[in-house]
Design a protein around this ligand. Structure first.
Ligand SMILES: [Zn+2]
Length: 730
């Protein structure tokens, strides 16, 4: 019965669309299609038809099914299940009509627990369970295949020592301990996950540098638990036993397989000894739930910690006193295969220009949000793009898609793949569009405006991303653009809606698979996703139940993400002129530079930045003039496609020119002069310059500023010559 009704209504809608399309075609004076950045008017009309055909394909019911499939079992990197899912993805992509489906295997140094225990031996005896509680309402929480507490790449060790509480485990926390006469040398340090997020691998390196014997990191409810709202399974926040697993790799120094820093782990590759790897921690470390940490904290009897060190547990947090702990960690650190699945739809006109789409497959447990929400959105995207191709609509440029592996360990799969194909990618990659978590928030607690759309992008692509959002519908019924502005206003407590120029986050940190493409290969990147209330990150409760009952019960956000991802991909793949905006790019650089000066109170006596400001101003002017000239010719359709393609070749050069092959000081793998990440994963602009300024190393800062001046000048020259050859040719 339901089936018949559905068929009937679908045919009725189809008839309506057909009638409408016919009458539109017959109408002589139909208004021209709205313009799209980078398209000549005739092609913009075709592109709009292609996009509306694309946008009608993704289905929330299918997204739900993909999500259930990927979250049916825990699937960490190197597990049998994650490898089965690689085969599954490859099979599905073949069925969807994708071409050149290939499994790329990398043998890399992996890390998993053999046995782990934690007990308090004084003043009382207590053994932590290191497991999460099961709930009847969610049978997945009873699956014995879910791991207990561990950190990827923790060192093995057997330590019994006094416990010290060190707040968030940042350098200034240890300074405060020192001021209070407390050393952590040879002791076990207990710290909490912190808000704003600070990558656990930074806490590990800091504890290691301070000479601690072991590190425990626990989830205080102040960060992601009951003070924020209802906890799982009644709400999105973390319950008492939830454990945030994760890696503690020092991949902010160099990501990927720790034994092949800077080159790919392909068969026959040289591997360095693990002891030589700069990205491997030497400290044993372990995550804890707050239930596991509470007995340790409440049995301390030393001096009281300051107010901002107090968490949300009903106890007095103290620096030290009386608590002795025994930690035993036995890790199996051995070579294991990771699999990247790759496929493409070959471009009809420009097969050697690539738009790359990607999402990682591996999860700490079920990966309800991280990453299987992104995987479900990706599988709907590949199904929809595959269907367009089957109907005979190929993109002009090649669209490549990858299912990455081992992202959670050290961004490993994408890094190895990027290193393997570095030369080709530097020439062919137009942009990489990354989705890690597509829905990292609870629609059920988000209020009337809904979840926040929170993409980040290199500044040159920000305007085209804003434009694309106007043509996608958000689950609230508004356009994604309107929903984006409304949630941005809400989230910043602003009294007015933000300007378009302020919508896209153009500061890009690390912590996902875009890193190799941006920071190592100098290619433009965009990250897409929705965010909101979410307190079960990397725990067992980040699962299908969470998503289907709390996160996105209708799966409409999954589909909205599929749509914006696909529209951006199609525009980049089909544009006549690549929609880079270097005037906007320059304006963002000027803002970064002003922030750097203000934050660090730079005196001209120490560091002269006048010339860099002038170079950026010149770059901005040149970018704007070029855009005006080219857009005008595009709108009047007076430029030949050959001429436009010549321009594209030059525009593609700009991002490459931001690379310095020597890398930033101390981190040669990170070669981008504008973007890197801090050791906490936080964004870091002008990395070499900023780090030198923060160290008050004015000589180095001067050298770094000169490098930037040179790069900006080179790109200004490039745009100027592109403009003059544009004006010379027909
Ligand atoms: Zn992820």
């Amino acid at each position: 019965m339901r089936l018949t009704l559905r068929t009937l209504s679908v045919s009725f809608v189809f008839l309506l669309i057909l009638t409408f399309a016919l009458s539109a075609q017959l109408k002589q004076d139909a208004p021209p299609a709205a313009p799209i950045l980078g398209f000549i008017p005739a092609h913009a009309a075709t592109e709009r038809q292609r996009e509306s055909a694309f946008q009608s394909i993704p289905s929330s019911e299918k997204a739900r099914q993909w999500h259930r499939t990927f979250t049916a079992e825990p699937h960490p990197a190197a597990s049998e299940r994650n490898n089965q899912l690689a085969d599954f993805v490859a099979d599905e992509w073949r069925k969807q009509g994708w071409e050149d489906v290939t499994l790329r295997r990398y043998d890399v140094l992996h890390s998993r627990p053999r046995s782990i225990s934690l007990e308090m031996v004084a003043p009382i005896q207590f053994t932590a369970s290191l497991r999460e509680d099961a709930y009847d309402i969610d049978p997945d929480t009873k699956n014995p295949a879910v791991s207990g507490a561990y950190f990827g790449y923790s060192a093995s060790g057997d330590v019994t020592a006094e416990l010290v509480y060190a707040h968030s485990g940042n350098p200034e926390d240890y300074d405060l301990l020192r001021k209070n006469g407390i050393s952590v040398k040879g002791k076990i340090v207990l710290v909490r996950y912190s808000n704003p997020y600070s990558y656990r691998g930074f806490k590990a390196l800091t504890a290691e540098r301070e000479g601690a014997a072991a590190l425990l990191i626990y989830s205080d409810p102040a960060e992601d638990g009951s003070p924020h709202g209802k906890v799982f399974p009644d709400g999105p926040w973390g319950p008492e036993s939830h454990i945030q697993r994760g890696a503690i790799t020092y991949d902010y120094i160099v990501p990927g397989d720790p034994t092949t820093p800077g080159w790919a782990s392909v068969p026959g590759a040289k591997h360095i000894a693990p002891e030589e790897a700069r990205s491997l921690p030497k400290i044993p470390a372990l995550p804890l739930s707050w239930r596991g940490a509470k007995p340790l904290l409440e049995n301390m009897n030393g001096p009281e910690a300051p107010k901002d060190w107090q968490g949300a547990l009903p106890i007095t947090y103290r620096f030290t006193g009386a608590v002795k702990v025994h930690v035993k960690i036995d890790m199996d650190t051995s070579m294991q295969p990771y699999t990247v699945v790759e496929a493409r739809i070959r471009g009809s006109e420009l097969p050697d220009e690539w738009i790359l789409l990607g999402n990682h497959r591996d999860a700490w447990a079920y990966g309800g949000v991280d990453p299987s929400s992104g995987t479900a959105s990706m599988m709907e995207l590949t199904r929809s793009l595959g269907e367009l191709k089957q109907r005979g609509t190929r993109p002009r440029r090649t669209i490549v898609v990858c299912s990455w592996d081992g992202e959670e360990y050290a961004l490993t799969g994408s890094t190895e793949w990027g290193e393997q194909f570095a030369d080709e990618l530097k020439k062919k990659l137009v942009a990489y569009l990354n989705v890690d978590e597509s829905v990292a928030g609870a629609a059920t607690t988000a209020g009337p405006e809904g979840l926040s759309f929170s993409p980040s992008a290199v500044a040159s692509l920000a305007p085209m991303l804003v434009e694309a959002s106007k043509d996608v519908r958000a689950p609230s019924g508004k356009s994604l653009y309107e929903a984006w502005r409304a949630t941005a206003k809400r989230d910043t407590n602003a009294s007015t809606l933000p300007l378009d120029s302020a919508l896209v986050e153009t500061r890009i940190g690390s912590g996902s698979d875009h890193t190799v493409f941006l920071n190592h290969l100098g290619r433009p990147v965009i990250n897409l996703g929705f965010t909101g209330d979410y307190g079960v990150y990397h725990s067992m409760y980040d699962d299908h139940y969470w998503m289907a009952h709390i996160g996105d019960p209708t799966f409409e956000y999954h589909v909205a993400l599929t749509r914006i991802w696909g529209v951006v991909a199609l525009r980049l793949a089909n544009a006549d002129l690549l929609p880079f905006d270097f005037g906007f790019n320059a304006a963002a650089l000027e803002q970064f530079l002003r922030e750097l000066e203000q934050k660090n109170k730079i005196e001209p006596a120490n560091l002269k930045l006048k010339r860099l400001h002038a170079r950026i101003a010149e770059f901005e002017k040149t970018g704007n003039v070029l855009r005006e000239a080219v857009v005008c010719d595009l709108d009047s359709s007076s430029a030949s496609l050959e001429k436009i393609q010549d321009m594209n070749d030059q525009l593609l050069q700009v991002e490459s020119n931001w690379l310095d092959p020597a890398g930033i000081p101390g981190r040669p793998w990170f070669q981008h002069l504008l973007y890197s990440s801090r050791y906490t994963y936080a964004h870091l602009e002008f990395p070499g310059l900023t780090e030198a300024v923060e160290k008050r190393d004015w000589k180095l800062a001067g050298e770094q500023a000169a490098l930037l001046e040179k790069a900006v000048e080179k790109n200004t020259k490039l745009l100027k010559s592109a403009k003059s050859s544009w004006e010379k040719t027909k």
